[in-house]
Ligand binder design. Structure first.
Ligand code: DQA
Length: 291
């Protein structure tokens, strides 16, 4: 999707131009204040290529995280869409256009828009973490041609570094993302999207979205390994070469961890190599996909 398309999708997913009270850029985020946050479709926003995440801010704020290169261009496209007069819209704008609503402020006329980060917007530690993990996204952002890698992590893997360190180690999830992106780039992938969710359906959605978009998948389904036929079916449906990864030696753990539903749809399983297992999987996928 090009930047114009991305901006249109973002605008449509937040309830259209008349729902935007104000917008600004903060670091790699588009920071929005909305008239009615219930109109936000976060699942749709999260599914957009170029969007790395969303977070709520207070009662009416929403932040959408982009890669460092994407944010400025998306903001400019978003701004010009917001300011378009309804009469000027063409057929393509249908997805963005919304019927006018009573009591909702007109965005451009009544609200000042700040384009620059203010002093109080100095980077917090979490912004620094986000930026660090996103820097690896630059290559994928700029390059459009070439093999793309999707790394999917299931429930509780966002707690890496905190969660049972004697089993899972001290590496955090954002460090894992950084390492995957570095390895993927070194192996020749032009994009490495890292996705984590605690929800089975979201993981299924993400795998489905990979169809015709990604060339290889590294998947640690975590606890869903041992229960999810839905994940197995999603992998079979998209038929993308996939490596199953487990940080621990699942085969040597409890009986209930001895079953893996997804294994049938994966060409390899790597278990017990810690975080390095992801890098091993990326190298093996590169050999298979880039041949
Ligand atoms: C895991 C093993 C699973 O049994 C467990 O539920 C996880 C992580 C691993 O990486 O070792 O959450 O997939």
């Amino acid at each position: 999707m090009d930047i114009q398309g991305l901006a249109k999708e973002v605008l449509a997913s937040i309830g259209g131009a008349q729902n935007v009270v104000s917008d600004e850029i903060c670091m790699t985020r588009l920071r929005l204040v909305l008239a009615d946050v219930s109109k936000v479709d976060e699942t749709r926003i999260d599914s957009l290529r170029g969007v790395l995440g969303t977070s709520r801010r207070g009662d009416s704020g929403l932040e959408i995280v982009f890669g460092p290169r994407t944010v400025e261009r998306t903001f400019r496209a978003f701004e010009s869409l917001r300011r378009q007069k309804p009469s000027a819209k063409g057929p393509d704008d249908e997805a963005v256009a919304q019927p006018a609503e009573k009591g909702v402020p007109a965005p451009a006329a009544t609200h000042a828009i700040r384009h620059r980060a203010e002093p109080q917007d100095r980077m917090s530690e979490s912004d620094v973490d986000t930026l660090k993990s996103l820097l690896g996204d630059i290559a994928g952002d700029a390059a459009t041609e070439g093999p793309r890698l999707l790394v999917v992590n299931g429930p509780n893997l966002n707690m890496l570094g905190i969660r049972e360190p004697s089993l899972y180690g001290s590496t955090t999830y954002s460090e894992l993302v950084e390492r995957c992106q570095r390895t993927a780039r070194a192996c020749g992938f032009v994009e490495c999207r890292c996705y984590q969710s605690n929800h089975e359906g979201d993981l299924v959605d993400e795998i489905q979205r990979a169809w015709k978009t990604f060339d290889g998948i590294v998947l640690n389904p975590a606890a869903y390994t041992h229960t999810s036929v839905a994940l197995l079916d999603a992998l079979k449906a998209v038929a993308i070469p996939t490596v199953e990864v487990h940080i621990t030696k699942v085969d040597e753990r409890e009986d209930f961890r001895q079953v893996s539903y997804v294994r049938e749809a994966c060409f390899e399983t790597i278990a017990g190599e810690g975080i390095e297992g992801y890098e091993h999987a990326i190298r093996d996928l590169a050999r298979k996909v880039l041949r």
